[in-house]
Design a protein around this ligand. Structure first.
Ligand code: PLP
Length: 363
């Protein structure tokens, strides 16, 4: 009997496992880097208003949303492409520039989607080692071959929370051949307050091979709606527009995105919340003896002892018994860690109390 056979690479993909949430009514879900402060009330209102015309197709070219993004960030709207989450945009870039016989390149603990998107196109993922859980630009440059077509760089990176200064990103760009697409995934850019950090807008504007991907899923608190965007050189925007589906962003997502952009005060609040609680959590967790990787995002990578009674897997189970959900990191080769999203004040306190009890051996 002959059976349908998928394209090469597809059966090498391990299905993406999203962060668990639990069925308990009071479950504390800190497993997907979602916003502790939720979306803007204006976005919720716009989402509800979209219910009045569900029989209509959305604007397939997302004109009003691109104009709003362009106004908010000082960009050319013709070079913005919107997607169903930045995930879709990463997949579109892979679809456009990768295929059998080609390679994508990314850092050892780089966001897992890069590998999935690469394998889905029958291309080969090439991984450059990191130093101190941080992207090493020299290692990336050393791994470039004549088959390299796309370099993915999450800055800051998920799950490590670390970032590279923009001078390093520029050095990476300078070292790449002009036909290699450099994808700057700045999903957490809103949270970063470092003088040496840039999301990448200027580099996109001044080059032909750099794309910046952004999302409404994190600081904007709209993960459920699936909304992301990419700022691209003209040629790449043209390519992505040819291969994306005609109505890839729902009307509700477009409306909510536009409303969210009109409420900068709400994003500021989300960032302020993180500025207060992320360092607080890092300090509390270090104080009880856990290893916390310095992060510039709304999440922390927490290292646990090797001792089986105190390991990450044992901690995960202990936290679950209190309906607290963190993200296990075995899929990244970081099985001794859990990733924690910064939550509300009450959630953060519950996590610290639970981990304190866990390390003391309480039941
Ligand atoms: C969360 C995240 C995204 C965004 O995903 P969406 O598809 O926009 O929800 C992209 N890149 C990284 C590194 C992320 O952590």
């Amino acid at each position: 009997m002959s059976l349908p056979r998928p394209q090469p690479g597809i059966l090498d993909i391990s299905v993406y496992v999203p962060g668990a949430s639990g069925d308990e009514p009071n479950a504390i879900k800190l497993s997907s880097n979602e916003s502790a402060t939720g979306p803007s009330p204006k976005a919720i209102e716009a989402y509800r208003a979209a219910a009045a015309s569900l029989e209509r197709y959305p604007d397939g070219s997302t004109t009003a949303l691109r104009n709003a993004l362009a106004a908010a960030h000082g960009l050319n709207p013709a070079r913005i492409v919107c997607g169903a989450g930045s995930d879709e945009l990463l997949q579109l870039i892979a679809a456009a520039y990768l295929g059998p016989g080609t390679e994508s390149l990314f850092s050892q603990y780089g966001f897992l989607v890069y590998k999935l998107a690469t394998l889905a196109r029958g291309a080969t993922p090439v991984i450059a080692p990191e130093k101190n859980l941080t992207t090493d630009v020299d290692a990336l440059l050393a791994a470039v071959t004549d088959r390299t077509r796309v370099v993915f760089l999450a800055n800051p990176n998920n799950p490590t929370g670390t970032y590279v200064p923009f001078s390093e990103v520029r050095r990476l760009h300078r070292g790449l051949p002009g036909h290699v697409v450099l994808v700057l995934d700045a999903a957490y850019a809103e949270y970063v307050k470092r003088n040496d950090y840039e999301a990448g807008i200027e580099l996109v504007s001044s080059s032909h091979n750099v794309v910046m991907a952004r999302t409404f899923s994190k600081a904007y608190g709209l993960a459920a709606l699936r909304l992301g965007w990419a700022y691209c050189p003209e040629g790449i925007a043209d390519v992505l527009n040819r291969i994306r589906t005609a109505f890839n962003v729902s009307a509700a997502a477009q409306a909510a995105g536009i409303a969210a952009l009109s409420d900068q005060a709400h994003v500021d609040k989300a960032v302020e919340h993180n500025d207060k609680w992320q360092p607080w959590m890092a300090k509390q967790l270090a104080a009880i003896g856990l290893e916390v990787t310095p992060s510039v995002g709304n999440f922390l990578l927490i290292g646990f002892p090797k001792d089986k009674t105190k390991s990450a897997a044992t901690a995960e189970a202990f936290l679950k018994s209190r309906a607290i959900y963190l993200r296990p990191m075995g899929g990244y080769g970081l099985g001794h860690t859990l990733r924690l999203t910064i939550g509300s004040e009450a959630e953060n306190n519950a996590v610290v109390a639970a981990l304190t009890d866990f390390l003391k051996g309480a039941r």
